[in-house]
Design a binder for this molecule. Structure first.
Ligand SMILES: *[C@@H]1O[C@H](CO)[C@@H](O)[C@H](O)[C@H]1NC(C)=O
Ligand SMILES: *[C@@H]1O[C@H](CO)[C@@H](O)[C@H](O)[C@H]1NC(C)=O
Ligand SMILES: *[C@@H]1O[C@H](CO)[C@@H](O)[C@H](O)[C@H]1NC(C)=O
Ligand SMILES: *[C@@H]1O[C@H](CO)[C@@H](O)[C@H](O)[C@H]1NC(C)=O
Ligand SMILES: *[C@@H]1O[C@H](CO)[C@@H](O)[C@H](O)[C@H]1NC(C)=O
Ligand SMILES: *[C@@H]1O[C@H](CO)[C@@H](O)[C@H](O)[C@H]1NC(C)=O
Ligand SMILES: *[C@@H]1O[C@H](CO)[C@@H](O)[C@H](O)[C@H]1NC(C)=O
Ligand SMILES: *[C@@H]1O[C@H](CO)[C@@H](O)[C@H](O)[C@H]1NC(C)=O
Ligand SMILES: *[C@@H]1O[C@H](CO)[C@@H](O)[C@H](O)[C@H]1NC(C)=O
Ligand SMILES: *[C@@H]1O[C@H](CO)[C@@H](O)[C@H](O)[C@H]1NC(C)=O
Ligand SMILES: *[C@@H]1O[C@H](CO)[C@@H](O)[C@H](O)[C@H]1NC(C)=O
Ligand SMILES: *[C@@H]1O[C@H](CO)[C@@H](O)[C@H](O)[C@H]1NC(C)=O
Length: 393
């Protein structure tokens, strides 16, 4: 989705970089340069992928590798991984250096049987996987198991322009149901759009299947990072980075214990311009049971941003028990400059804390939810989790 031109006029480029005085979520060291990354700067993957490497599982157990043996590249492959198949689960192994069956995540996805009722765990060794991945509708019940969101990532750099539309720009597109991801990051490395840029928004992941869960995952991008498109989704202990509308879509999702980090440009103290928004939820009608609920999360980083703006008239978002830094503008939210939406949007806040959580100057349509109203949004019942979450099975 592109920002409307009237928002673009609000976006202000700032040459000077001010240190944030109140930074709840500093960007991790390993990603300091993230927004300036290009694939050229990070090219070693292609060298590995181009070279066919022989797979030899036993080598991983070798205690004393031959010095100078070029095959010793696999000696640090974690022994005993992935675990053996069980009755209900089969494993596929991905290692970019070629130390197990697959060198790309897509190749492993392709090897998963169609319409399997069993779960297939795609075990992905640490490393950056430079590829665009699609999990088609015919492949439900896939898990991406990484080794940590700071050490395992799938990254590409399409933009709305290069992919013929924002919805196709995602580095990873999941159309299948019952998709799970653990301890892995999804990145779009396209440069952060400059103010006024057209078609520069770039999605890291599009989640379009029902019943998806993400635990300990990272989502890295700038504008439109996480396309939480449709279905019921659960995000726990995740790190989500972006600038404009960086969690958007029309899913029904619960975000628990997540770190939300804005990389919008720093705005000088006293300046009132807005240069980002955390959410752009797209509920189209009051009949839809969709919405984003954030619980026990933190919002930090840079910029002067809104918690959400009304991409569609019935946009629905709730923040509860969330710590907000002073990057949140006092009015908090935006109706997409369409006052007719004030009657239909549902923006609620409950028991949040931090300098950005002061509701005194909030836009008039914002609801300060009471103890009863908030109950529907603050646990996994919001997403019918008892029916499908892995922990409830
Ligand atoms: C950031 O980029 C500079 C120059 O490209 C490089 O020297 C430095 O190691 C990078 N820092 C990190 C944390 O990757
Ligand atoms: C992605 O990165 C590569 C390498 O830097 C570059 O050639 C390509 O143009 C980029 N793609 C887009 C859509 O910017
Ligand atoms: C596989 O499942 C069957 C039936 O549930 C059970 O009897 C058997 O012990 C299981 N085998 C293993 C290796 O877990
Ligand atoms: C992976 O490689 C091992 C060893 O060659 C082989 O036994 C196994 O069948 C392979 N699995 C897949 C899914 O290709
Ligand atoms: C899954 O189905 C598609 C087309 O429907 C086919 O091209 C593909 O080979 C199938 N994959 C497997 C692993 O059976
Ligand atoms: C597999 O997918 C089907 C259809 O999405 C779902 O009903 C089933 O519960 C899933 N099985 C597992 C093991 O997740
Ligand atoms: C790009 O999108 C337009 C409009 O949706 C469509 O007509 C066109 O075929 C697409 N082009 C490609 C190359 O996918
Ligand atoms: C994910 O990583 C965390 C921290 O490194 C670890 O405690 C946890 O066991 C991992 N979980 C999974 C499912 O990989
Ligand atoms: C809130 O989130 C933090 C980490 O982000 C976690 O340590 C803590 O246990 C969570 N509290 C609750 C009540 O879930
Ligand atoms: C609101 O949060 C504070 C701590 O942040 C807690 O002490 C208080 O009990 C909470 N209020 C309600 C109604 O849960
Ligand atoms: C909470 O708000 C609802 C809707 O405005 C109202 O019906 C209800 O009485 C309120 N409950 C409490 C405990 O204040
Ligand atoms: C969620 O909260 C509702 C309302 O308090 C409660 O009825 C439900 O049992 C809770 N669900 C879970 C999974 O704790």
């Amino acid at each position: 989705m592109g920002p409307p031109s009237n928002l673009l006029s609000l976006l202000v480029a700032l040459a000077a970089v001010f240190a944030s005085l109140y930074l709840i979520n500093p960007i991790p060291q390993f990603l300091n340069n993230f927004t300036y990354f290009t694939l050229t700067a990070l090219s070693p993957a292609s060298a590995y992928l181009a070279k066919p490497l022989t797979w030899n599982f036993h080598r991983h157990h070798k205690k004393y590798p031959d010095n100078g043996n070029t095959d010793s590249i696999c000696d640090d492959f974690p022994p005993g991984t992935p675990p053996p198949d069980t009755n209900t689960t089969s494993y596929l192994c991905v290692d970019r250096k070629g130390c197990c069956n697959f060198t790309t995540v897509q190749a492993a996805v392709n090897a998963v049987p169609n319409l399997s009722v069993q779960r297939t765990i795609i075990w992905i060794n640490s490393g950056m996987y430079y590829e665009k991945v699609i999990v088609p509708k015919t492949k439900p019940n896939i898990t991406f198991q990484g080794q940590g969101y700071t050490s395992t990532a799938i990254a590409w750099n399409d933009t709305a322009l290069s992919a013929n539309g924002t919805f196709y720009s995602a580095s990873v597109q999941v159309f299948a149901s019952n998709f799970i991801a653990k301890n892995i990051s999804f990145m779009n490395l396209a440069p952060m759009p400059s103010p006024g840029a057209v078609g520069a928004q770039a999605v890291a992941i599009r989640v379009s299947g029902d019943q998806s869960e993400f635990r300990g995952c990272g989502f890295f991008g700038a504008q439109d990072t996480l396309h939480d498109d449709k279905g019921r989704h659960y995000f726990k202990d995740c790190y989500i980075q972006g600038s404009i509308d960086f969690i958007f879509g029309n899913a029904r999702s619960l975000y628990e214990n997540c770190q939300i980090v804005s990389i919008a440009n720093p705005v000088p103290v006293g300046q009132k311009s807005i240069n980002g928004a955390v959410t752009a939820h797209g509920r189209v009608s009051g009949d839809e049971n969709t919405g984003f609920a954030f619980v026990n999360s933190t919002i930090g980083g840079n910029g002067r941003i809104w918690l959400g703006r009304a991409w569609r008239p019935y946009s629905r978002v709730v923040f509860a028990f969330t710590l907000m830094s002073d990057i949140i503008a006092p009015e908090g939210w935006n109706d997409f400059n369409d006052p007719s939406r004030d009657q239909t949007i549902f923006y609620g806040e409950y028991n949040c804390s931090g300098p950005g959580a002061n509701t005194n100057l909030r836009a008039p349509y914002v609801q300060k939810l009471n103890d009863t109203q908030v109950l529907a949004f603050i646990n996994t019942t919001f997403i019918d989790g008892d029916q499908w979450l892995e922990t409830s099975k």
